[in-house]
Design a protein around this ligand. Sequence first.
Ligand code: UD1
Length: 418
Amino acid sequence: MAKLLIAGGRHPLQGTIKISGAKNAAVAIIPAAILTSAPVRIENLPEINDIQALVEILEFLGVHAQWESPSTLSVDASTLDKWEPPYELVKKLRASYYLIGALVGRFGRAEVPVPGGCDLGPRPIDQHIKGLTALGAKVEVEHGIIKVEAKKLIGANIYLDIVSVGATINIMLAAVRAKGKTVIENAAKEPEIVDVANFLNAMGAQIRGAGTDVIKITGVSELGPVNHSVIPDRIEAGTYMIAAAATAGNVLLCDVIPKHIDPIVAKLREMGVTVDVADDQVRVIGCHLPQAVDIKTFPYPGFPTDLQSLAMVLLTQANGSSIITENVFEGRFKHVDELKRMGARIKVEGRTAIIEGCSQLSGAPVRATDLRAGAAFVVAGMLAEGETVISDIGHIYRGYEKICSKLNSLGANITEID
Ligand code: UD1
């Protein structure tokens, strides 16, 4: 299994990079494509392993999928004839749970193994099940397989007990072709949800309110062809913004939607980092000693949990102590032990981490404990003295397109080794 070797030294990152399409929108839009048997064309897909895995799953199910370019996929789901994706493929990514909503929306049945993905502590899917059940589906979990059957899906009022991105999208997928009106209350408001709704509406769905906490869906009997371009990845953008700030660099990011990165821009400015925002670009100019700040993760538009581990690395370089409170996932501090092995001084108490600043990190072998933690170790490796070797890098490639060449084009020194 390959590893990443990162030469440290805190060399300032300099230059320009382009942000790819949003992973968390793309992994929902690809399953959504099977809701129609008309031709679907999706542009600006990120070149990442999660997308490759989803395309393999679709092909297994009988869909004809063809790459027109590395980022443009055409999908013809008229030949779809299976509703039981295999465990070997489904376990590769968390987002395979979207196959449930999409298959039930198309066929009235799905048998999907409980999905894999990052280990962020307990990740129940009770809200997905609650939504599907409210729409009239019978849901059973047997031998690790989620079995869903519905003679006819009927629109319903669904109040989510917890704000969940996955449950909001999954219910939307199942409800677009249901009979009558569905209302999702306490819905998640992430930009990726809006992108999925825009994709479905362009196919003829009737979804209103995506991006607010009440989403109203009027079911339609059929969906038609669509050509859609995926929004830019705000988490990838945030990752490189933090990397630029941490190395006291000067980096221009192109192809961003500034509104989507507001919480990151605000935090970096609070730390004394210069962030200039224009149209679809953002420039980050780091400072040598950023100020310590406190960060609380929340669903959008709060500070994203997906950038928590990266922000933690930046805060090890800050002037003073900072507190991070993780409000979204119960077990999302698994990266802390690895960062401590690199010399970071961090204390975790429950959902809170106290990070002492001005730490000289030193290169060490570390294991990518999850996708975003893997990216955090890449940044930590660039700040450290000496070399860092990251193992289990499959996690990183699940979600970051060409991370090594993008960072190397800015002056980093990262190589893949066997
Ligand atoms: C999605 C993102 C992930 C991001 C997360 C939060 C994708 C593919 N992944 O994950 O990158 O970190 O949103 O922004 O888009 N929960 C329940 N019951 C449920 C569903 C969720 O208790 O049925 C809990 C979770 O355990 C978690 C919280 O709700 O504590 C939020 O989870 P959710 O928004 O569903 O995250 P994911 O969709 O898994």
